[in-house]
Design a binder for this molecule. Structure first.
Ligand code: AMP
Length: 308
């Protein structure tokens, strides 16, 4: 693609910095609509991007779902890669900031967002795409209350040699214990753990497990859910960083104590997402069918009229 493809966009302010590059707001002069331009930093500008990776990333343009931020265009020129997304007003982290911590968000908003998040994830998992880095900052919220996943399966799924920010503090708060313990065989269950953490955070307006390093992160998880044993998690002894002597033996605590605003259905669903053994975690599809979602706002149901 030619570089003049970018000329139709009038660059405005910087919106944020993700793991792979800087995101700018821009105006599409042809349509008069705003877009978000994500400039991907490449490991080596000399090497360029493998054409297979470009093809793979372009496939994400076919992903049409109300809860996935639309990738409109992939511009690859001068060894640079720019992804053009639909523009969405806010991210979930900023959205949280509007509510007083002591009151929280209305339960119906928590339910609606969790459902939309799960529907978006389910669509990606169906296509064998993992997110691996779900967190409130990459969940976008439109002005009419539609939640959309951003950053899905981009660089890592496509094998693009992206450069990560060396100064960036990668948040561990949404990372599952199996991955923290060095598992490389993760699957869709990795995203479900993150959804569980985000669910609790939406309910409490504060992160559930806010560890300061990997060991502290695991300790915070085990203190609430109990330190695992090979009886309930047979693959535990195969995990590279699992050393039982490094962890105190905590008994599982009552999760309700940590999420006091959740009703019994909400707690039941959260417990099913936050299983230490990844093989026991609920799938996105099963979670969408959970009784917690018996009643959903009409506005949310309407989103899926034309979705398989
Ligand atoms: P990301 O790299 O996707 O994590 O994006 C970093 C930040 O840029 C996010 O936290 C958002 O604030 C912003 N951002 C990303 N994508 C969009 C978008 N499509 N529309 C508006 N803002 C975005």
């Amino acid at each position: 693609m030619k570089s003049n493809k970018l000329e139709k966009y009038e660059k405005k302010e910087k919106l944020g910095e993700g793991t792979y590059g800087i995101v700018y707001k821009a105006l599409d002069r042809n349509t008069n609509e705003y877009v978000a331009l994500k400039k991907i930093r490449l490991e080596s500008e000399e090497e360029g991007i493998p054409s297979t990776a470009i093809r793979e990333i372009s496939l994400l343009k076919e992903l049409n779902h109300p809860n996935i931020v639309k990738l409109m265009e992939v511009v690859h020129s001068n060894k640079k890669l720019v992804l053009v997304f639909e523009y969405v007003e806010m991210d979930l982290k900023k959205f949280f900031a509007q509510f007083p911590k002591e009151k929280g968000m209305e339960p119906v908003i928590v339910k609606s967002f969790l459902y939309q998040l799960l529907r978006g994830i389910q669509a990606c998992h169906q296509q064998k795409i993992l997110h691996r880095d779900l967190k409130p900052q990459n969940l976008l919220v439109s002005k009419d209350g539609i939640l959309k996943l951003a950053d899905f399966g981009l660089a890592r799924a496509s094998g693009i040699p992206v450069k990560s920010f060396t100064h960036e503090v990668v948040t561990l708060w949404y990372r599952p214990p199996d991955v923290l313990l060095g598992s490389k065989n993760y699957n869709t269950s990795i995203d479900i753990w993150s959804v569980g953490c985000i669910f609790a955070e939406m309910s409490n307006l504060k992160p559930l497990f806010a560890g300061s390093n990997e060991t502290d992160q695991l300790k915070k998880i085990f203190r609430v859910l109990g330190t695992p044993t090979p009886i309930e998690y047979p693959k535990l002894n195969d995990l590279p960083s699992w050393k039982p002597e490094n962890f105190e033996q905590y008994q599982p605590d009552n999760l309700a104590k940590f999420c006091p605003r959740l009703d019994p259905d909400g707690l039941d669903l959260l417990i099913k997402m936050l299983k230490i053994n990844p093989d026991q975690r609920i799938t996105a599809k099963a979670a969408c069918d959970h009784p917690f979602f018996k009643e959903l706002p009409e506005q949310v149901k309407k989103l899926y009229v034309n979705v398989k």
